[in-house]
Design a protein around this ligand. Sequence first.
Ligand SMILES: Cc1ncc(COP(=O)(O)O)c(C=O)c1O
Length: 400
Amino acid sequence: MNNAEYVELAKKVLYGNYRPAPVAFVSGQGCVLVDADGKRYLDFAAGVAVCAVGHGHPDLSRAIAEQAARLVHVSNYFYNAPNVELAAELVKKSGLAQAFFCNSGAEANEALLKLARRHFFAQGHPDRNRMIAFHNAFHGRTMGALALTGTPKYREGFGEVGPVTHVSYGDLDEVKAAMGADVAGIIVEVVQGEGGVLAAPAGFIEGLRAICDQHGSLLLIDEVQTGIGRLGRWFGYQGKVMPDAIALAKGLGGGMPIGAMLTSEKVAAALPPGTHGSTFGGNALACAASLSVLQIIERDNLCEAAKSRGAYLSQKLRQIAEGLPGVCVGTRGEGLLQGLVLKPGMVARDILGKLLDSGVLLTAAGERVLRFTPPLIVTEAEIDRATEVVRAVLGDLRPA
Ligand SMILES: Cc1ncc(COP(=O)(O)O)c(C=O)c1O
């Protein structure tokens, strides 16, 4: 089948909750994707910051194939080897104490929410259940994660969720004003990804830690988009604070569906047996894939690569912004989570189709940010090629 045939069939049989571009991908290698018509693309979306080691990585493919042949799934009634080994590896890298595995970012945040509420319930404070989250934050689409998500349009039509108080990202005074004895925790992204590639101002995350300590609330960090090397270090909080718990997904499985909550000793007793779980969570196949991703990142120094390639990409984007002042207002981001900010009134999503036609995959973040999240294995030559296409496409948009 070709692209057109896939699109025609998809429109009939797939539920209409997405707005996919009219291409069907059939294979990939490194940062390159190939569609059903045989056209090649540079993938600077990486499945929305997921494919950390690129497409078709030989070591990851081998790990998945070997594990699939050995053992796929046994459930959490028993231990399985890759699951325990992955937990040990994440504990070692994060400095946190324990891991709970699930299947997505939203599920990892649901776990954080349940952890925070249950922690205070177990301490005799069942009414301590309010969360503080941030405007423009994105934490996922399930009802609990949706409650935390700080964009009202995502919550519209789904009824009462919460209690969550949303305050301005970066504003410690607003956070202080919103605190109270009923606040179980603060949940925050180190860089707001979906919200527009907005990094926390210097001292903000540290300030949240201090406020949580003062009020006895938990500091929960959503590292779904920022974790697993993307910012140039294993986790975004490193070098800033020690959180009480974090959420991971996306890059963790390199494309295999897996999420995780990592927790500190402080909250170890919050979710005893029977209070939370997942049939597929910690599945042997997903955990073996994740172990392979962590090994590749470590062996090939991909955290360091994310830092240096991120700086190179950022410099290229800055040149585009400076050269096209009628279209761009600037750049922002950290590591290989970079954004090119368009002028007010422009809609980033509307440009993605033209970029795709020209052979580059990007995503939009917020209303007017083009988001660049290539695989951590991206080369400078690929950055040169992709940014040249972006410059040309944006150049054509310039008002005549
Ligand atoms: C920071 C953050 N948290 C949570 C999620 C939700 O993850 P998932 O789509 O795997 O449920 C996302 C997805 O974009 C995210 O960026």
